[in-house]
Design a binder for this molecule. Structure first.
Ligand code: BTN
Length: 254
């Protein structure tokens, strides 16, 4: 049960709207980003019909998933750490999921995916509204109590839902509150205690020690993942030496 009044009372969200159905919470957040006066502004949907993932990807979801977006003020985030907001949010979701399903192996896959028991359970889509570059839209999709039976084959092959890992349904509304509270703390730590944020990313990294293939927009690079550099960049040991990455996609690893 997602209660907008409770969200406004118990979290840093100043305005919460919960819709029965939306095409995409990120699309609505992008539309409202320029005019919303109460930030952070949360837009949640019990069902999304055209959810978007990174790049040209779609985000499949069904009833029982958590799908929501936050409009945030970008000003308090140090400029050099803005590219890390997706990773930070992924780390936030990992910590909350790990507390809710203590027996599960919960991993952060660079740059912003949440893996549980070896499969993707959540993803983050961070966008900067064209007309309001001083704001951020952070979209989060998390398979909580979702049946993957109706999902396309490729999603069924690589995704999981928390209820399947835990063997029982989980309270989605509580998870949402937990994520929002933890995100407020983590946004603050990004500036005040980056070392401990990094320590969590390093501990939860899915790729460390594995051979990963990364696309950074122009090149495809393969190397052994060494975890995170002190500035939060992903480190790959390649044949040409260590390389650092601030953006890109890891499409394969073994
Ligand atoms: C990814 O894995 O590529 C990112 C997926 C992000 C999905 C969420 S669901 C809520 C928000 N609205 C969207 O249309 N996408 C994000």
């Amino acid at each position: 049960m997602i209660d907008p009044h409770r969200i406004e009372r118990d979290t840093f969200v100043a305005r919460a709207e919960v819709h029965a159905e939306l095409p995409s919470t990120n699309d609505r957040a992008l539309r409202l980003a320029g005019t919303s006066t109460d930030l952070p502004h949360l837009i949640a949907a019990l069902r999304q019909t055209s959810g978007r993932g990174r790049g040209a990807n779609r985000w499949w979801s069904a009833e029982g998933a958590l799908t929501f977006s936050l409009i945030l003020d970008a000003a308090p985030v140090p400029a050099e750490r803005l590219p890390l907001i997706g990773l930070l949010t992924g780390g936030t979701v990992c910590e909350v999921v790990a507390a809710a399903v203590p027996e599960a192996d919960v991993r952060l896959k660079w740059p912003n995916d949440v893996y549980v028991a070896g499969r993707k359970a959540g993803g983050i889509l961070v966008e900067v509204p064209h007309e309001s570059p001083n704001r951020l839209v952070v979209g989060i999709g998390l398979n909580v109590n979702v049946s993957l039976h109706g999902a396309p084959d490729d999603v069924r092959r690589r995704a999981t839902a928390l209820c399947d890992v835990a063997g029982t349904p989980l309270p989605a509304g509580e998870l949402l509150i937990g994520i929002l509270q933890q995100l407020q703390t983590d946004l603050d730590r990004l500036e005040t205690d980056f070392a401990s944020v990094l320590a969590e990313w390093r501990r939860r990294c899915l790729l460390t020690g594995r051979c990963a293939t990364l696309h950074d927009g122009t090149r495809t690079i393969t190397g052994t993942c060494l975890g995170y550099d002190d500035d939060g960049s992903l480190l790959l040991q390649t044949v040409a030496g260590p390389r650092r990455f601030r953006s890109g996609v890891v499409e394969a690893w073994e």
